[in-house]
Design a protein. Structure first.
Length: 259
C-alpha cells in the first residue's frame, strides 16, 4: 500500500534503537525525511547513516536528552515544522511505589508525560496551519493493564493518554491526528534487561523466565521492531485521517480483555 508520505518530514524521538528505530526505518522506507534522536552521539550517528544508506532519504541525527529543555530545543531546531512527530522515551525503572519520592516521580513524569506534552504543544499548531499532521505516542501495554513494579509507567503514560483524548479532538478537523501505540513485549535491549532482572529477582534462569513470559502471549513469540514500525507508519499515512484519539494495542494477544 502506498501510504502517501513521500516528501513529508518527521521527528522520531529516541530512535537509535528499539521501537523508535523501527518507526524511523518504516517511515524512511515511505520516503519521509527524518530527524532521529538519541543520547549517545556515536550510536545515533550510525543509525542515521544506516537509514540514509538503505532508504536514500535525508536523515539528520540529533544527540540530545529530551528530558532537558535544551535537548528538545535542539531537535526542534533541526526540524521546526515536522509533518510527523513520534514521541518516544525510555520508560521509568521498575520498583515499589513506596520507595519513590519527589525526585523519582519528577523524573518519571518528565520523561513520559511532560516531554511528549511539550513536543505536541510546540508542533501541533504548525500542523494545523498546514492542514496535515500525524502525532504518534509510544506508550505501553501498562496503560491498559497493571503490572507489578510498573506503577510509575502506568501512571505517567495514562496521564498522557488522557491528554491525547482531549487534544486530538480539538485538532481533528484540520487533518491532524494524535494516537497512541501500546506495545506489549518486544525483542529490544530494554526487554532483555528486564528479562535478566526478573530472572534474578525470582531465582529462575533467564531461559525459564523467558519461557514463562512467552506462555502468556497467544501468538507464541515476542514482537519485532519492524512490525511495530509498520503499524506506526500506517497511523502516520494519508489513509489514517479517520483514526484519532485511539490506543492501538500491539501485544500478540497478551492483554486478555475485550476492550
Amino acid at each position: 500500500m502506498e501510504l502517501g508520505l513521500k516528501g513529508k518530514k518527521a521527528i522520531v524521538c529516541a530512535s537509535s534503537r528499539g521501537l523508535g528505530r523501527g518507526c524511523a526505518f518504516a517511515l524512511a522506507k515511505e520516503g519521509v525525511s527524518l530527524v532521529v534522536n538519541g543520547v549517545d552521539p556515536d550510536r545515533i550517528a550510525r543509525t542515521a547513516e544506516e537509514i540514509a544508506q538503505q532508504t536514500g532519504v535525508a536523515v539528520t541525527p540529533v544527540a540530545a536528552d529530551l528530558d532537558n529543555p535544551e535537548g528538545r530545543a535542539a531537535i526542534l531546531e533541526a526540524c521546526p515544522d515536522p509533518d510527523i512527530l513520534i514521541n518516544n522515551n525510555g520508560g521509568p525503572p521498575p520498583g515499589n511505589f513506596r520507595d519513590w519520592g519527589p525526585e523519582e516521580w519528577n523524573a518519571g513524569l518528565t520523561a513520559n508525560l511532560l516531554v511528549p506534552t511539550d513536543l505536541i504543544r510546540t508542533t501541533v499548531d504548525g500542523m494545523v496551519e498546514r492542514g496535515f499532521g500525524r502525532i504518534v505516542n509510544i506508550t505501553s501495554i501498562a496503560v491498559r493493564t497493571p503490572f507489578p513494579g510498573l506503577a510509575m509507567s502506568s501512571a505517567s503514560r495514562s496521564a498522557l493518554t488522557a491528554l491525547v483524548a482531549t487534544v486530538s479532538r480539538e485538532v481533528a478537523s484540520h487533518d491532524v491526528t494524535i494516537n497512541n501505540l501500546q506495545p506489549g513485549i518486544f525483542e529490544t535491549d530494554r526487554m532483555l534487561t528486564g528479562l535478566k532482572g526478573a530472572a534474578k529477582a525470582t531465582g529462575r534462569s533467564v531461559e525459564e523466565t523467558r519461557a514463562g513470559m512467552l506462555s502468556n502471549i497467544p501468538v507464541g513469540r515476542f514482537g519485532n521492531t519492524d512490525e511495530f514500525g509498520h503499524a506506526c507508519a500506517f497511523l502516520c499515512s494519508s489513509h489514517s485521517g479517520f483514526i484519532t484519539g485511539q490506543n492501538l494495542l500491539i501485544d500478540g494477544g497478551h492483554f486478555p480483555g475485550v476492550f
